[in-house]
Design a protein around this ligand. Structure first.
Ligand SMILES: Cc1ncc(COP(=O)(O)O)c(C=O)c1O
Length: 411
């Protein structure tokens, strides 16, 4: 019998944020849940966990007000509701984001106007936003994609000069910062998601933040069917849904919040290590972070040059998959406005509302009009990232990124 001298490498299984291997859920969450169950009060209108969570979260981010709710999508919806657009008003947003950040714009009767992104970070910039400002712009949504903050100094200066409120979508960027300020506390409103794979999770859930009394009040009402709790003559003041978080979720969120700093620090440490290990590979760019910013690595992204590496991110992903490293080349695959809902205006019956009220230039939803978005999505390779990664996991990823780049090198 001939035995091969080659040792067979053992494939590693990376911790996943979809199950216990990559989540920090444990005794603390269970203890809080036990308290809620024992109390018999599962609604945040009467319980204490929801209120404690809101206070603690506001304190950690550095804002006056925070309100917990059912999802990141709900967070964006109440933010838009607070800004209160008229039908056909325009909301500038990014061409690369989750649908949960876009459908609420349309539900409130406003028109999403997509700004281009920087092809390396896939974030909007002051200049790409400026190109889209019109006299119908009611708000600007900036998404700190993958945990990497947008250039907030420049964006806030631009927005202030036009008197337009800024909503920060911080769903992927807990404790990311620009200078000394956490994202979600820089603009007029911050929106966070506690969905399964986020830095802190309750399965589904979210929270909104603001320093502005009026916007905060409207968001609170929007979460609560616009019922004026505590008012002398309460009523349902305007059109709004029930977006309240339950005490069960708030109990889990309280425990998760205590673990957030450590989660973020571990993610950053590991990401810096990976950047050191793969930063010299020709044709691969590691994440670009501004000098005044802190990237919190919801995901770790590489930009792959397909003139140097065969089939770019798609090629790399196929090779990495053989080693149990499951990546997402092209992230959301196509610019957000290429989804059917926007292309076919599938909204309210066959009315085409609110797009039927839009300026034609505002709804130029063609990929050709967004070359930087197309290039950015083409080049990006999104690696899974997790606070449970050890040095061994990071070294394993680095080794196989290097190997894949070598195998696919265009000579
Ligand atoms: C950037 C961004 N915005 C909004 C959302 C919507 O959040 P949720 O899934 O909690 O509704 C997500 C997704 O999870 C997201 O990644």
């Amino acid at each position: 019998m001939v035995t091969s001298l080659k040792t067979v490498e053992k494939l590693m299984t990376l911790p996943s944020d979809q199950d216990a291997s990559g989540r920090t859920l444990g005794a603390e969450e269970l203890a809080n849940l036990g308290e809620v169950i024992a109390s018999g009060t599962l609604s945040t209108t009467k319980g204490t966990f929801g209120k404690r969570l809101e206070e603690a979260f506001a304190g950690r981010i550095g804002v006056a007000h925070a309100y917990a709710l059912t999802s990141g999508s709900a967070a964006i919806h109440v933010a838009i509701g607070a800004v209160n657009p008229n039908p056909g008003d325009e909301i500038i947003t990014t061409s690369v984001t989750d649908m949960g950040a876009l459908s609420p714009i349309v539900y409130q009767g406003a028109v999403p106007v997509f700004a281009e992104v920087d092809p390396q970070t896939l974030n909007v910039t002051a200049s790409t936003i400026e190109e889209k400002i019109s006299d119908r712009t009611k708000a600007i949504i900036v998404t700190h994609l993958f945990g990497n903050p947008c250039e907030m100094n420049e964006i806030m200066e631009l927005a202030r000069s036009h008197g337009i409120p800024v909503i920060e979508d911080a769903a992927q960027s807990f404790l990311a910062s620009v200078e000394c300020d956490f994202v979600g506390a820089i603009g007029d409103i911050g929106c966070f998601s506690f969905q399964q794979g986020k830095h802190m999770t309750t399965g589904e859930g979210g929270i909104v933040t603001s320093n502005d009394e009026e916007l905060a009040r409207r968001m609170f009402l929007h979460i609560n069917k616009a019922w004026g709790y505590g008012d002398q003559n309460p009523d349902h003041y305007f059109l709004a849904l029930n977006y309240r978080m339950s005490e069960l979720q708030a109990a889990v969120a309280m425990a998760q919040l205590e673990k957030l700093d450590e989660c973020v620090e571990t993610r950053i440490e590991n990401a810096n290590r990976l950047s050191e290990l793969v930063g010299d590979i020709d044709g691969i760019e590691t994440p670009r972070v501004a000098d005044n910013a802190r990237h919190v690595y919801w995901r770790y992204c590489l930009n792959i040059d397909d003139t140097k590496i065969r089939d770019g991110g798609v090629g790399m992903a196929a090779v990495l998959k053989e080693k149990n490293i499951f990546t997402a080349p092209r992230y959301i695959q196509k610019p957000s406005f290429m989804c059917q809902v926007f292309q076919e205006k599938n909204t309210f019956g066959d009315s085409g509302f609110p797009f039927n009220l839009a300026r034609p230039e505002a709804i130029d939803y063609r990929a050709e009009a967004y070359p930087m978005t197309v290039k950015g999505l083409n080049d990006i390779l999104v690696l899974p990232w997790n606070e449970m990664f050890t040095d061994e996991h990071v070294e394993y990823i680095a080794k196989h990124v290097r190997r894949a780049a070598k195998m696919l090198r265009i000579s």
